[in-house]
Design a binder for this molecule. Structure first.
Ligand code: CO
Ligand code: CO
Ligand code: CO
Length: 319
């Protein structure tokens, strides 16, 4: 993102410049290679769940491109010699079982001694070059669908502060473990015009990237955005992750925020997500059926959260 010189190889179909979810490199007329890497420190205490979440999160960028993941490499940091190796075994078991659920083979990996646990995958996937779903190609008139509720940054902060009830921990763990595989297959089938997954920049940060540069804006129906129950009470109790503050600082000047807008919503919409859902645009006339199919397939909180409109001086208008 501005730190690396641009690549000039014309077989590189998607590179760094649009901050898309994965790189895409053309191999032949019919085939392109899709690659991405993601890893992070534990977001939950249970090592097996953490392994599952890390893998679901790593595969998410592939699903956002509309690609099919094939193989992956483990990336591991672990306090070897200090912490019981059984913990690492549980993390890797969670990871391998989630990979199998996705139909992905883990073909190797690398671990380093690290005072802080880290885990994730480098993923290799394939796609037809004509079927790449980019992040910045939404069309004016499209509706926007989000497939998972938001608030995992705030709620995992509450977990670190030891104030998160077990039922809510179970709810966010389930959501973060859930593969975006079904959601991806459905958005492809309904002709999504653009897609990204919602992760560290929060819903609005990823939405801003999706709007690209000055041709279109997103109007967000704030009240329709799916969220975890009780998340507002944890915002009120100041469970605000550092990343949320950074996202807000960057985003506030480029948002249209109506007067008297609920401060709690502004925090929530900037909350960095771990293994968040897919955010995609599609022609309005298909959105209702698409949503119904998503909900039937288990994305029970999926919702239409806004629309793509003509450029309105800011990339995102909150209503
Ligand atoms: Co992504
Ligand atoms: Co990523
Ligand atoms: Co090695």
């Amino acid at each position: 993102m501005g730190l690396l010189p641009a690549e000039v190889d014309n077989r590189l179909l998607v590179g760094l410049e649009t901050r898309d979810d994965a790189g895409v490199y053309q191999i032949s007329e019919e085939l392109a290679l899709v690659q991405t890497v993601d890893f992070f420190t534990p977001v939950v205490d249970d090592p097996y769940d953490y392994g599952q979440i890390a893998v679901a999160n790593s595969l998410s960028d592939i699903y956002a491109m509309g690609a099919k993941p094939l193989t992956a490499l483990n990336i591991v940091g672990f306090p070897i010699g200090t912490l019981d190796k059984k913990i690492l075994a549980k993390i890797l078991l969670g990871g391998v079982e989630k990979s199998r659920e996705a139909g992905v083979s883990i073909v190797g990996g690398h671990s380093v001694k690290d005072p802080e646990i880290k885990y994730g995958l480098a993923v290799t996937a394939l796609i037809h070059p004509a079927k790449i779903i980019r992040n910045n190609t939404a069309q004016i008139g499209d509706l926007l669908i989000l497939t998972k509720p938001i608030g995992t940054g705030i709620l995992t902060t509450a977990l670190k502060n030891e104030t998160l009830p077990d039922a809510l921990l179970a709810a966010i763990t389930d959501s973060m473990k859930r593969l975006n595989k079904n959601a991806s297959e459905i958005m492809i089938r309904y002709g999504a015009t653009a897609c990204t997954d919602v992760t560290g920049f929060g819903l609005l940060g990823h939405l801003v990237e999706m709007m690209g540069t000055g041709q279109k804006s997103a109007k967000i129906y704030t009240a329709d955005v799916p969220l975890f129950s009780q998340v507002f009470s944890f915002i009120e109790k100041k469970n605000i992750p550092g990343g949320l503050k950074e996202n807000r600082k960057f985003l506030e000047p480029i948002l249209h925020i109506p007067p008297n807008f609920d401060e709690r919503f502004l925090n929530l919409l900037c909350d960095p997500q771990t293994s968040g859902g897919l955010l995609f645009s599609l022609p309005a006339e298909r959105a209702g059926d698409c949503l119904e199919e998503l909900r039937h397939s288990g994305e029970t909180k999926a919702a239409i959260i806004g629309e793509v409109v003509e450029w309105a001086n800011k990339p995102v208008l909150l209503i």
